[in-house]
Design a protein around this ligand. Sequence first.
Ligand code: HEC
Ligand code: HEC
Ligand code: HEC
Ligand code: HEC
Ligand code: HEC
Length: 407
Amino acid sequence: MDVLRLCACITVGLLACGSGGWAFAQAQNAGSQATIEKTFPHSNKCKRCHERVYEEWETSPLAKSIHSPAFRVSLEAYISSAGGKDKALCFRCHAPHVREFADHVELFVEQAKVGNPSLDGVACSQCHLIKQVDRAKHPPEPKYEIGGKTLYGPYKDFVQNLAHQSMESNLFQKSDLCLNCHQSVPSAMNLGKANDLLGNWDQSRAVKSGKECQTCHMPQQVGESANGEKKRTIANHSFPGRIGKLRQEAAKLDVQTKVDGDKTTVVVKVQSLVPHNLPATHPAWASVVLDLEIKGKNLKTVFSDKRVYGRTYVDAKGQPTIFDFEAVKVAHDTVLKPEETREETFTFPTPKDTKTFDVEVGLSYGPLNGPATFLQRVEAESSQGSQDPVFQPIEIVKRMENVPVGK
Ligand code: HEC
Ligand code: HEC
Ligand code: HEC
Ligand code: HEC
Ligand code: HEC
């Protein structure tokens, strides 16, 4: 390879290079990754002593924050979009060590594109090296303490160990730690006040009664914080949300059915018990769906309908978009607000030739949604194709009742 091409490879980036350039770039990126991991030790290093924590975290969505086909495809769409010059943008939350390694952003992009990154996303040191969160900034900004050997955590009375120094920080028991990634998305700043993922969460009864994000999403238990240490209060690191039992505490459904001759009316009260918006509105296609199904004679479905909770957006050309980085305006907002009760009325012909019928009502996270080209790209990028979990709904709560037709 001549010098000229070598230079071109470095400036143009990886994907444009021939095989010689590729090998060179890989060697360079391995070096780049090693540099980054000197400052932000890889989660594998923590696993040795914090096996329980590691195993819980590994099952959480946080451990897959730059892995999903939907992330890959939308990252690509963002980078190739007119506003996509700041290549680090998505990684500031999905792999936040990019904040300290802006020069290495190509490594992050390349690893995310490969689909099976060895680089951590939101892992141990990405949280435990945060010294401070500046809430005056929008979104709030983390300040990392790098170059030392100190990890921040909840304990004052920590046991000493040979791998790192420990330091108590009450930030770890406060929502502030989470807000720097969960409150708003900088790419959607065009939306102004509508760029708020959680809503008026700080006015909720739960928060006023002293609950923090960790109370529900990192529930406390008793166990070993490091292998072989004495049991104490620890926090669950599986981050229950879409995955896990917390879902059952998300909402209550109250169903009232009234048969009035040929016409039947079902009124469903959806009471959100969540102290923030449901769903959180990034990615922009996120939705929660209320499904109604009426089963008549031989349990055949005779009527079905649904309501969708989420936000829809339009871009600068007035076209609908599923990408918040393209959105300039909210078209519709049906998100369930913190602790809101929503009433939905469904009317349909009373099922015929049967003494009773079933009313089935379910609330679930909706599957991935968007234009066919986007869905096809995600399917093509997934090793599971159309079986990728992102195409499946996730049940939150369900109610079923049997209703007599007669008087
Ligand atoms: C550095 C950014 C960052 C910080 C800090 C952060 N998160 Fe997250 N969180 C993410 C990202 C990115 C995802 C999505 C991962 C994915 O699915 O790709 C996520 C996912 C989650 C989920 C799963 C959501 C679902 O749909 O199931 C929960 C719950 C969660 N975070 C809670 C928390 C809590 C609690 C804190 C504070 C202790 C916190 N997060 C701090 C970035 C962050
Ligand atoms: C301010 C922090 C932040 C920024 C910046 C951000 N995200 Fe996210 N992202 C999150 C959080 C937090 C979640 C988890 C949301 C949830 O489950 O409610 C998430 C979830 C996602 C998901 C769904 C989970 C998954 O991994 O498939 C996709 C896709 C995604 N983000 C893509 C992007 C892209 C593309 C960008 C850049 C244009 C971006 N995000 C920028 C914080 C951020
Ligand atoms: C999204 C941020 C986040 C990530 C990622 C994260 N932690 Fe934590 N960790 C916390 C918070 C917050 C607490 C304190 C929770 C509390 O006390 O309520 C904590 C507590 C701890 C503790 C104290 C003991 C315990 O088990 O609660 C240890 C040890 C720990 N984390 C290690 C790790 C390791 C190892 C990883 C990676 C496998 C990791 N953490 C990933 C936020 C995080
Ligand atoms: C050689 C074993 C060892 C390794 C490796 C190790 N730790 Fe620890 N860590 C410990 C011990 C022991 C404690 C004390 C536990 C206690 O006090 O109950 C601890 C405590 C912690 C705490 C709590 C600190 C506090 O004051 O609240 C955090 C957070 C933590 N470790 C994170 C990590 C992370 C992140 C990594 C990987 C970068 C890591 N540890 C690697 C042994 C280790
Ligand atoms: C009182 C308990 C509670 C508190 C406090 C709480 N949440 Fe939640 N959260 C829930 C429940 C319940 C759900 C919905 C069920 C589920 O997904 O498990 C949820 C869902 C989520 C989801 C996934 C849903 C989605 O639409 O993507 C994220 C992300 C999340 N919460 C983040 C946070 C953050 C960040 C905070 C702190 C500002 C917080 N939560 C505070 C109970 C709580």
